[in-house]
Write a protein that binds this ligand. Structure first.
Ligand SMILES: C[S@@+](CC[C@H](N)C(=O)[O-])C[C@H]1O[C@@H](n2cnc3c(N)ncnc32)[C@H](O)[C@@H]1O
Length: 362
């Protein structure tokens, strides 16, 4: 009886309460029946989209939010609602477009400006997020404190944020192989394979771990040496591409550091053009040393930095100096078995100066 009265008094609040109690699917059914009965307007449709998303029905949520925005092209909250659903679905460029459209329709709609900041944050773009949050009113700034703190922490990290890397490579995955092997003259896997032959001779039946395995170009260069080949990558879309190659025995979506703390032991660990997304390499060197058998190899390419440290380059890839690599290698218990200058790829038709490195666990 009490429920029936609440439904009658404020059906949208009733649906919101259901969703807050973890009954999102029930809330969606209730809202759908309201709309089907001709008793639901714009707000009911937006609430339905949110309830569907909370119930894990992302595609249906997107359909409802898109249809609502189309039916209300001049209503800012409809664009805002679609932007919020797109943001949660990880469709970041389109989400930003909808938030900006909402702001054009109603420049005072603070939630849309907050949404832009959140979408940049989700894309790992700390500076752009902070610029958007910087335009909020005092009251909204107070509400956005956790996101502002997150963006500030992100901009201080000595590595590329995993959200930035995931977003970048989810987008890049579509034509990664064509662009890398064509226009960008990508050679890191071949260079590492040649370096391995130089420092280790002919080895077979190895347990190999490929860090930042991407679409599998690096794994493919070593497949014939591997009894078992594992790959890990932050980008689900890159992992899907590598799965289609059918050369890995195990593939995981995640940060490479997680593969180095599982207690597995490998004969060879690869990181072809992956460490350019990390500045400070202490943790990855330490993890690689723990995950290799004695005498095992850690093979990687980096972009070259002069001097004796590491730094973020203009293309948002980190560069590492020889002396930094040697110092960190010694600290982690590695011998430098080989270190040579190379051109792992080109950028804007110019060769990128790099280093190919083979470390042997002592
Ligand atoms: C330039 S691609 C190289 C891919 C592959 N190794 C190759 O040779 O084609 C760099 C890859 O490293 C992944 N990556 C970067 N940082 C990572 C991290 N911390 N953990 C896991 N993967 C990472 C990216 O998602 C991307 O797929």
């Amino acid at each position: 009886m009490a429920n029936a009265r609440l439904q009658h008094d404020d059906p949208l609040q009733f649906a919101e309460d259901l969703a807050a109690e973890g009954k999102a699917a029930e809330a969606a059914c209730f809202l759908q029946s309201l709309i089907d009965g001709g008793r639901g307007g714009l707000l009911a449709r937006l609430a339905l989209a949110r309830a569907l998303q909370a119930a894990g029905q992302t595609q249906s949520a997107l359909e409802v939010a898109r249809e609502t925005a189309l039916l209300n092209t001049h209503v800012a909250v409809a664009a805002l609602g679609l932007g919020e659903i797109l943001l949660k679905a990880g469709q970041l460029p389109t989400a930003i477009g909808e938030f900006q459209r909402a702001l054009r329709l109603d420049p005072a709609l603070e939630e849309a400006r907050y949404g832009v900041g959140c979408a940049w944050l989700e894309a790992g773009e700390a500076e752009k997020a902070l610029t958007s949050f910087g335009e909020l009113s005092a009251a909204m700034t107070a509400r956005a404190q956790p996101e502002i703190a997150d963006a500030q922490a992100m901009s201080r990290q000595q590595r590329s944020d995993p959200r930035y890397v995931r977003h970048l490579f989810d987008q890049f995955s579509i034509d990664y192989d064509e662009r890398m092997l064509g226009q960008l003259c990508y050679a890191a896997p071949r260079i590492l394979r040649e370096l391995f032959a130089l420092v280790a001779g002919e080895h077979r039946s190895l347990r190999v771990l490929d860090l930042g395995s991407g679409t599998g170009l690096s794994g493919a260069a070593f497949r014939d040496l591997a009894a078992e080949l594992h790959g890990i990558d932050l980008s689900p879309a890159m992992i899907e591409k590598s799965r289609a190659r059918a050369i890995y025995d195990q593939l995981n979506v995640g940060d490479l550091q997680s593969a180095l703390s599982e207690g597995d032991r490998y004969d060879l660990i690869l990181a072809a053009d992956t460490l350019v997304y990390l500045g400070d390499l202490a943790a990855v060197f330490e993890g690689a040393a723990l995950s290799l058998v004695p005498g095992g190899f850690f093979l990687f390419t980096v972009e070259k930095q002069d001097g004796d440290d590491y730094a973020l380059g203009p293309k948002r890839r980190w560069r590492h100096s020889q002396s930094y690599l040697r110092a960190e290698a010694a600290q982690a218990g590695f011998d430098v078995a080989g270190l040579m200058e190379c051109v792992p790829r080109s950028e804007a038709n110019a060769p990128v100066e790099g280093l190919a490195v083979a470390l042997r666990k002592m």
